[in-house]
Design a protein around this ligand. Structure first.
Ligand SMILES: Nc1ncnc2c1ncn2[C@@H]1O[C@H](COP(=O)(O)OP(=O)(O)OP(=O)(O)O)[C@@H](O)[C@H]1O
Ligand SMILES: [Mg+2]
Length: 283
C-alpha cells in the first residue's frame, strides 16, 4: 500500500478524506462515494442507507457514516478488507443490529430499527455468512422453513428453486448436514428464495467453496437477478464479484471508500492497488 486510506489527527478524527478533497484529488470512484453524490443518485432507491452508524460494543462504532443504495433490479457488490464492516452493513440493513444514527429505507418507507421479521414480511431475504442451514433437517424441511409465512406456496416456490439448483430436488430427502460447503450454500440461498423475495442480501456466498462451485454461485446469482430479484452481495472474491455486479462499493473502516460500476472499479488503479492486488495475491 502506498498511502493509507484513512489517517487520523491527534484528536482521532479522520482527516484523509478532507485532505484529498481539499487538493481536488478525488478519482471518479472516490467522488461517487461522497455523501453529495450519494444524495443525488440514491433518489427512488429500493433499499437505501444514509449515514449509517452502528456497532456491537457500546462506544465502538463499526459503521461510521456509511451510505448505500440499491435500485430496483440491480445486483450490487460490496467488497473491502477483512473487518471493514461488510457483514455489519448487511446485518444492519436487515434489522439485526441497532442503528445508532442514520436511516434505512425500503421502497421509501423508513425501516430504521425495524426488526428482521418485518423486513422478511416486506420481501427481504438474508443469507448470513455462517451457520445458514439447519443441518439436522432435510433439504426439503429447510425449504419449508423458508416458506413458513406462506406454506401453501411451497410447491410453486420449490419448483422455482429446483429449476435454479437441480441438486436440491435430487437430494431433497437428504439431511442438510451431510452436504458439502457448496451444496449447503445452495440450500441457504434456496431457502431464502422460497419466500419469493424482491431483495436478497448475500453474505459471501462463494466463501470456502472450490473454484468450480464459486463460479457456479456467481452464475446462479446473475440468473436469480435476471428473474427479477434485486441483490446485495458481500464478497471476498472481489474481482469475480465486480465482474458480475452492476455497481460495487468498496467499504473500508466502516465507510464507503469507492463506488462505481463493477467494471470501472475493476479498472481503477487505486482500487486495484489497495484492494484487488492484495486480495488477488492472498488467494
Ligand atoms: N458480534 C460481534 N461483536 C463485537 N464485534 C464484532 C461482532 N461482529 C463483528 N465485530 C467486529 O466488527 C468489525 C467488522 O466486522 P464485520 O464482520 O462486519 O467485517 P467484514 O467486513 O464482514 O469482515 P470479513 O471480510 O472478515 O467477513 C470487526 O472489527 C469485528 O471484529
Ligand atoms: Mg463478513
Amino acid at each position: 500500500m502506498s498511502e493509507p486510506l484513512f489517517e487520523v489527527d491527534e484528536t482521532g478524527e479522520d482527516v484523509t478524506r478532507a485532505q484529498t478533497a481539499a487538493t481536488g484529488e478525488l478519482s471518479p470512484a472516490e467522488k461517487a462515494a461522497t455523501r453529495e453524490e450519494h444524495l443525488k443518485l440514491a433518489e427512488g432507491a429500493l433499499v437505501r442507507a444514509d449515514d449509517l452508524v452502528a456497532g456491537y460494543v457500546p462506544g465502538v462504532n463499526i459503521l461510521r457514516g456509511c451510505d448505500f443504495y440499491l435500485q430496483d433490479g440491480e445486483l450490487v457488490g460490496i467488497i473491502g478488507p477483512n473487518g471493514a464492516g461488510k457483514s455489519t452493513l448487511l446485518k444492519t440493513l436487515f434489522g439485526l443490529i441497532p442503528v445508532r444514527s442514520g436511516a434505512v429505507t425500503l421502497r421509501g418507507e423508513d425501516l430504521t430499527g425495524a426488526p428482521a421479521h418485518k423486513l422478511v414480511s416486506m420481501g427481504v431475504g438474508y443469507v448470513p455468512q455462517n451457520n445458514n442451514v439447519f443441518p439436522s433437517l432435510t433439504i426439503e424441511e429447510n425449504m419449508q422453513m423458508g416458506v413458513y409465512l406462506r406454506p401453501k406456496s411451497f410447491k410453486e416456490r420449490f419448483d422455482y428453486v429446483i429449476d435454479l439448483f437441480p441438486l436440491l430436488g435430487e437430494r431433497r430427502k437428504g439431511k442438510a448436514g451431510s452436504l458439502s460447503g457448496g451444496e449447503r450454500q445452495m440450500v441457504a440461498m434456496g431457502r431464502a428464495l422460497m419466500m419469493d423475495p424482491s431483495v436478497l442480501l448475500l453474505d459471501e456466498p462463494s466463501a470456502g467453496l472450490s473454484p468450480a462451485y464459486q463460479d457456479e454461485v456467481f452464475i446462479r446469482c446473475r440468473r436469480i437477478n435476471a428473474t427479477g430479484v434485486s441483490i446485495i452481495m458481500v464478497e471476498q472474491n472481489a474481482r469475480r464479484c465486480l465482474q458480475i455486479c452492476d455497481r460495487g462499493y468498496v467499504l473500508d473502516q466502516g465507510r464507503n471508500a469507492y463506488t462505481d460500476t463493477g467494471q470501472s472499479l475493476m479498472n481503477d488503479p487505486k482500487v486495484i492497488e489497495l484492494y484487488l492486488g492484495t486480495l488477488a495475491k492472498a488467494k
